[in-house]
Design a protein around this ligand. Structure first.
Ligand code: AMP
Ligand code: MG
Length: 305
């Protein structure tokens, strides 16, 4: 009996250690942002290498900003067609608010080479007409999906990847508690609240504070209205989307930002695959009823009015 008790105690200690074990971690600079990778499990180091390879490959294939990428060199591999078709589906699903061919307009603002300038209406019109591909609105989310596929091939218990504002979780915490992901305050400082998710999930934020420049006292950010090519002024500062599929989460966060709260609410009511958190220009917070948001006051968006 004593021996049995001893074994149980040892098992409990081992379980506890697995729960509080230190992650294998790495920081990567890619896609013009800092990415933090944390992985738990036997294959932790191997996983970090695989993840970095996935991220680099995604960047060298799809970067719209780099003239060296396969996309800009017109040298995309055959299998990339499926990604482009998925992007077009997301464009149709979001009533055109997500537009994967806005590259000409993004470039006209100088967001690629950071040589910022305010383009004329004509330059923006020409930019939109060029139909140049730019998957920047879904690339980090799609990269998260590819990272999950890589992790599934390895002995990894769980992971949390922060791909520059795009968070991808993988697996369960041993004690069953959810992952907690902070929602950034658009004005900086502490997060305004925390979203909890269980298991493998993408939590992706689009915000006007993530990439912008100022000219003559006006702030121009990087999320463009596809019809005008101007930075979308929809009354929102940020949109966070919680969804199983990373590419969808990412495209939707961009699209809902363009739509604004009212249209985005209508869109959410017609969908069943995501939840969202919105921060408006006046700092008010809204969350759809399935978003597990805590740590702040907010208004719940219900399925029906
Ligand atoms: P995100 O940070 O995911 O909201 O994506 C913003 C990036 O996507 C920008 O830096 C552009 O490269 C691109 N983009 C800007 N506006 C749009 C849009 N309306 N639809 C799709 N991509 C966009
Ligand atoms: Mg996006």
């Amino acid at each position: 009996m004593k021996r049995f008790l001893c074994l149980i105690m040892m098992a409990a200690v081992l379980l506890c250690c697995a729960g509080c074990a230190k992650p294998h971690s790495a920081t990567v600079y890619a896609m013009d942002t800092v990415m933090d990778l944390q992985v738990w499990g036997k294959d932790g180091e191997k996983a970090l290498e695989s993840l970095q390879a996935v991220i680099k490959e995604m960047e060298s294939t799809w970067s719209a900003a780099s003239e060296e990428s396969d996309l800009r060199q017109n040298a995309l591999p055959q299998q990339s067609r499926a990604v482009m078709e998925f992007a077009i589906q997301l464009q149709e699903r979001t009533w055109g608010s997500f537009d994967p061919r806005l590259g000409g307009a993004v470039q006209a603002w100088g967001f690629y080479d950071k040589n910022y300038t305010v383009p004329t209406q004509e330059q923006l019109r020409d930019g939109i007409r060029s139909g140049q591909w730019d998957l920047g609105g879904m690339l980090k989310g799609y990269t998260g999906d590819q990272c999950v596929k890589a992790l599934e091939q390895l002995a990894v218990d769980r992971a949390i990847l922060n791909l520059g504002g795009n968070v991808q979780t993988y697996g369960q915490k041993p004690d069953g508690t959810p992952w907690s992901i902070g929602i950034q305050n658009p004005d900086g400082g502490d997060p305004v609240g925390v979203v909890s998710v269980v298991g493998t999930m993408a939590v992706v934020t689009s915000g006007d504070y993530q990439r912008y420049f100022e000219k003559d006292g006006v702030r121009y950010h990087h999320i463009l209205d596809p019809y005008t090519g101007m930075p979308a002024r929809s009354g929102l500062r940020s949109v966070t989307v919680i969804c199983r599929d990373g590419a969808t989460a990412d495209a939707l966060s961009t699209a809902l930002f363009v739509m604004g709260l009212e249209q985005a609410t209508e869109f959410w009511r017609g969908s069943d695959d995501f939840e969202a958190v919105f921060i408006t220009d006046d700092g008010s917070i809204y969350a759809t009823q399935g978003a597990a948001l805590s740590g702040c006051e907010y208004e719940v968006i219900a399925r029906e009015d």
